[in-house]
Design a protein around this ligand. Structure first.
Ligand code: DOR
Ligand code: ZN
Length: 357
């Protein structure tokens, strides 16, 4: 058996739901999916209503996730269309970073006014990261702010040749930028939408084969800093309805997909591991706690099916794919929290990695 330990896996981009969207998933159900996916910790985005853009909404989310989380966690604060930068000093100690939505997506946090974006860049405390959703040309506007304010900025779900080119240049220029790519942009393309139907719809959307090849090249070059799942569950009923719900789950499938690429010699093992552990930890200034690691069996292959999936939504765009890498055990701070079959801790075991309280 070829079982290896991976220290402190961190997914810096998830939408765990809960609160007004608890029907899609709860902090308990989605952190169970995180453990089954091998993760020590997850960083949750602010777009689930009520959006995390003021102190009361943050308090509500902190209380709910603290009571339910099975793995360690952090919360992003959201930049609001109207002024909420005045609240930054009061919330900074409780969050992992700021998220700015610069293109339309699930939720109502879109900021398309460059002057408002600049206010957020000006006021955000420099101690923590700004993560941005910025597609295509919008990236140029954000890079201008990074250049002006020198704020550390993580570009989420980069997925085109053009975007990769902009970030390659930004890094060469010495700007304080990092980037993440998602498993769905690495393993699926727009050609899969015919087969997947609405299960292939997310923001940013699936791209061309040429774009996909650029992402793999950027992984090989070491340009990409993290692989982030962008775990965004919607129920099967929602996905089958008239309305379009953008987003796909991914917490449980990210590691086996990457290890499949390792097996196929498309990616060195050390790099795959770094993309889901040391690199995201470094960006967010997190140390791996003692005795915190995942044991994964590289030898075992299995087919992703709905019966295997944890979490609230019960489907995956990767169903039917044969993957390699079975999570055997997850330990956090010396406690075995997942034994390959069952969760072994109570809701509330997980800690806020950024909270002072
Ligand atoms: O497809 C997406 N779904 N993209 C996002 O940016 C948000 C996410 C969600 O929350 O559903
Ligand atoms: Zn997202």
């Amino acid at each position: 058996m070829t079982t290896i330990p991976i220290p402190g896996m961190l997914d810096p981009h998830v939408h765990l739901r809960g609160m007004q969207w608890a029907h899609k998933g709860t902090f308990a159900s989605e952190t169970e999916a995180a453990l089954a996916g091998g993760y020590w910790a997850v960083l949750d985005m602010p777009n689930t209503p009520p959006s995390t853009i003021d102190r009361p909404a943050l308090e509500r989310k902190l209380a709910e996730i603290a009571a339910q989380a099975l793995c360690d966690w952090g919360l992003y604060y959201g930049a609001a269309k109207a002024d909420n930068w005045g609240t930054y000093p009061a919330i900074i100690d409780d969050v992992c970073g700021l998220k700015i939505y610069n293109n339309a997506t699930t939720g109502n946090l879109l900021i398309d006014d460059q002057a408002i974006r600049a206010q957020h860049y000006q006021h955000w405390p420099r101690s923590k990261v700004i993560a941005v959703h910025a597609e295509d040309e919008t990236m140029r506007d954000i890079l201008a702010l990074v250049r002006q304010y020198r704020q550390r900025t993580h570009f989420c779900h980069i997925c085109t040749t053009y975007e990769i080119g902009l970030l390659r240049a930004a890094k060469a220029e010495g700007l304080p930028v990092t980037l993440g790519v998602t498993p769905h942009h690495l393993f699926l393309t727009e050609d899969d939408i015919k087969r997947l139907g609405t299960h292939g719809l997310m923001k940013p959307p699936l791209k061309t084969r040429a774009d996909q090849a650029a992402l793999w090249q950027a992984l090989a070059d070491g340009l990409v800093d993290v692989v982030e799942s962008d775990h965004a569950p919607h129920t099967l009923a929602e996905k089958s309805s008239e309305k379009t719900y953008y987003g796909v789950p991914g917490l449980q499938t990210t590691l086996p997909l990457l290890l499949t690429a390792v097996h196929e010699k498309r990616l060195p093992l050390e790099r795959a591991v770094a993309l889901v552990s040391a690199n995201p930890r470094r960006i967010f200034g997190l140390e791996c706690p003692p005795d915190t690691y995942t044991l994964v069996d590289l030898g075992e292959s299995f087919v992703i099916d709905s019966a295997w999936l944890r979490g609230g939504c019960g489907w995956s765009p990767f169903e039917g794919m044969r993957v390699r890498g079975r999570v055997r055990s997850v330990s956090i701070r010396g406690t075995q929290v997942f034994d390959g079959e069952s969760v072994r801790v109570r809701p509330g075991f997980g800690q806020n990695l950024f909270g002072k309280r």
